[in-house]
Design a protein around this ligand. Structure first.
Ligand SMILES: *[C@@H]1O[C@H](CO)[C@@H](O)[C@H](O)[C@H]1NC(C)=O
Ligand SMILES: *[C@@H]1O[C@H](CO)[C@@H](O)[C@H](O)[C@H]1NC(C)=O
Ligand SMILES: *[C@@H]1O[C@H](CO)[C@@H](O)[C@H](O)[C@H]1NC(C)=O
Ligand SMILES: *[C@@H]1O[C@H](CO)[C@@H](O)[C@H](O)[C@H]1NC(C)=O
Ligand SMILES: *[C@@H]1O[C@H](CO)[C@@H](O)[C@H](O)[C@H]1NC(C)=O
Ligand SMILES: [Zn+2]
Length: 571
């Protein structure tokens, strides 16, 4: 509008007068309208809209800290404690507890896992008080469960988990490592090596904080349990699942106050506000295997579409019908953008408004969906993905292919399910089966009868449902997020004047937590850190490392979190 006025060469004077009158008329009508229909034409202000969104609890400092903060000051600032801590994490990295895809059940092949025994010895040598005070159990030989019995058996225990195993280092990349991957070298600022970030820092920090709490004479009311699996990187089916079974048998279902595991995306400072981003939910995952059987023959007399040609049609059909994006209240991504919109100036007012109205009206929702879809890192937080990852077919240049197979990998949106994912692919298969007059078999059921032209089969589809999403409006979250704020505001970014924001977000990968779903509804994936695991700390890749300051803060956080949880009552 303003630009058009400038460009318009109408006589300024009369135009101005007329438009002024028009303006006031419209304005007063609008004002009356606004008073009558308070939502028209501008609706509630941005501040009003966001009032109840992304609520932030209080910064939670334990009473012990308020009375005398010397324990935390010691952890964070004592140079000797820092040196000892570096030695512990570095010692842990030195033991190559690698889990390989080909590893077998430890009951079948314990030999493959023997470095884990060394790792257990190492922990025992480093944490004498933990081993003295806590009950240690080893489910499935290499699992580790530590139980620190609280004085009040009526309180739900706290569960802190991590994993002992690390991913392998490819021989060919060794020369690119700044320091050898299994030496745990410290340069004074960082500790380098495989497993330093994923996940030994968390594991060792949890033990260090408990060792320190015991030294400081703390005796818990609420039982504290640590559980460390040994095969997270290959799915957790022997480690975390045995630990979880042990705990479920002993404590029962829904028996824990909260569960904290690795994950989340560090602490980001946006417009001078520190945002901590724990994951409160994660997508599901599954693989589907599709095969196509057709009659063979000689290549000199081919049909219009060979087996491979038909499979190509199928792939084209699958890829040209991507899963629809969906953004509902259930998706933690919405909470995350609402937090950023509310507490920073990262987005313009129009986008902010849409973000706050995303669950109120469709237009706003689709604006936010469009916005998120335009960012590479967020596009997939609001939809189920489909990736054709493997294909095999054909054997000889003069023989028609009789058999083609492909594997699809899916990460399933939190609002969806394994069933919806499979149904969508069955839809694609049906379409192509009908087009080419083929049969379709899914798990021994003939959905479309086999024909003389051949048939598709669909297998797989087991896998992981999207996780439950942890609530942001209960005691457990209040204690967790409040403790994060305490350490950020008092130690990590004490110079920031605005309070830290803790924003529950969607997890990107899958962790061991899915094995523990039965134990609690309050599951937080968060390793307290200022480095982003994948982008900065090179998790799973060359030159994996941690920042020593982060590591120290992680110990302090866990120490204070245990104290805060201990002081809290169950909901
Ligand atoms: C076990 O550790 C040793 C070094 O202590 C290493 O050479 C070996 O490759 C490790 N074994 C496995 C299976 O990772
Ligand atoms: C710790 O306590 C001292 C006084 O005993 C105080 O000066 C300091 O600000 C406190 N530190 C924090 C982070 O609260
Ligand atoms: C606060 O300190 C951090 C790290 O020491 C620094 O990166 C940041 O720029 C500082 N912020 C302000 C507002 O001074
Ligand atoms: C969770 O509990 C249900 C019902 O008791 C049980 O069927 C299921 O196997 C349990 N899941 C795990 C991972 O233990
Ligand atoms: C938190 O809220 C969830 C869902 O409302 C509930 O199931 C869970 O038990 C609550 N946690 C605590 C500690 O009360
Ligand atoms: Zn990990």
């Amino acid at each position: 509008m303003a630009i058009q006025l400038e460009d318009n060469q109408v006589s300024r004077g009369s135009f101005k007068r007329r438009s002024l009158i028009a303006f006031f008329t419209i304005a007063s009508l609008a004002l009356i309208g606004f008073q009558i229909f308070s939502k028209f034409p501008w609706g509630p202000s941005i501040i009003e809209l966001s009032k109840d969104l992304c609520p932030q609890g209080e910064t939670l400092r334990p009473a012990s800290f308020i009375k005398d903060n010397s324990s935390i000051e010691f952890i964070v600032k004592d140079p000797q404690y820092r040196a000892e801590s570096v030695k512990k994490i570095s010692g842990a990295v030195k033991i190559p507890t690698v889990s390989f895809d080909y590893n077998e059940d430890p009951l079948v092949n314990p030999e493959q896992w023997k470095n884990f025994t060394k790792f257990h010895w190492f922990l025992e040598s480093q944490f004498p008080l933990v081993y003295q005070k806590l009950e240690v159990t080893k489910p499935n030989i290499y699992g580790l469960v530590f139980e620190w019995k609280g004085s009040d058996p009526n309180l739900k225990p706290l569960l802190l988990i991590a994993h002992q195993d690390v991913v392998p280092v490819a021989e060919e990349t060794l020369s690119q490592w700044k320091y050898p991957p299994f030496e745990g070298v410290s340069d004074g600022k960082y500790v380098w090596g495989r497993g330093s970030s994923d996940c030994k820092a968390l594991l060792v920090a949890e033990l260090q904080s408990i060792e320190r709490l015991i030294k400081d004479g703390f005796e818990p009311r609420r039982t504290v349990v640590l559980a460390f699996g040994f095969d997270e990187e290959i799915g957790g089916k022997w480690g975390a699942s045995s630990n979880s079974k042990y705990l479920q048998d002993k404590y029962g279902e829904n028996s824990f106050f909260a569960l904290v595991d690795e994950g989340g995306s560090s602490i980001s400072v946006i417009d001078d506000v520190a945002f901590a981003l724990p994951s409160i939910g994660e997508k599901g995952a599954t693989n589907l295997q599709i095969t196509l059987n057709t009659p063979g023959g000689h290549s000199s007399v081919p049909p219009d579409h060979t087996n491979i040609g038909i499979i190509s049609n199928l792939i084209n059909d699958i890829e040209s019908t991507p899963f629809e994006p969906l953004l509902t209240e259930k998706n933690p991504t919405l909470n995350f953008v609402q937090c950023v919109a509310k507490y920073s100036d990262e987005y313009d007012d129009d986008l902010k408004k849409s973000i706050f109205r995303a669950t109120i009206d469709k237009v706003s929702n689709s604006k936010v969906v469009k916005f998120l879809s335009s960012i590479k890192g967020y596009k997939y937080t609001i939809r189920t993905t489909q990736a054709v990852d493997i294909i095999h077919g054909g054997v000889k240049s003069n023989a028609l292919p009789e058999f083609t197979s492909l594997v699809l990998n899916h990460r399933i949106a939190v609002e969806s399910s394994l069933k919806e994912t499979i149904d969508k692919i069955i839809g694609n298969l049906k379409e192509i089966a009908i087009k080419f007059d083929l049969g379709l078999v899914y798990k021994d059921e003939e959905i479309i009868q086999k024909t003389q032209n051949g048939y598709f089969t669909l297998l797989g589809g087991e896998g992981l449902e999207p996780s439950p999403v942890s609530a942001l409006d209960n005691k457990s979250w209040e204690v967790f997020s409040g403790t994060i704020k305490h350490i950020i505001e008092d130690y990590v970014y004490p110079n920031l004047t605005t309070p830290a924001v803790v924003a529950g977000n969607l997890g990107t990968g899958n962790t061991d937590t899915n094995r523990y779903w039965n134990l609690t509804n309050n599951i937080y994936r968060y390793k307290f850190s200022t480095l982003n695991g994948i982008l900065d700390a090179h998790t799973h890749s060359i030159n994996e490392h941690i920042l020593i300051d982060d590591y120290i803060h992680l110990i302090a956080f866990t120490y204070e979190y245990i104290r805060n949880v201990d002081a809290a009552e169950d909901d």
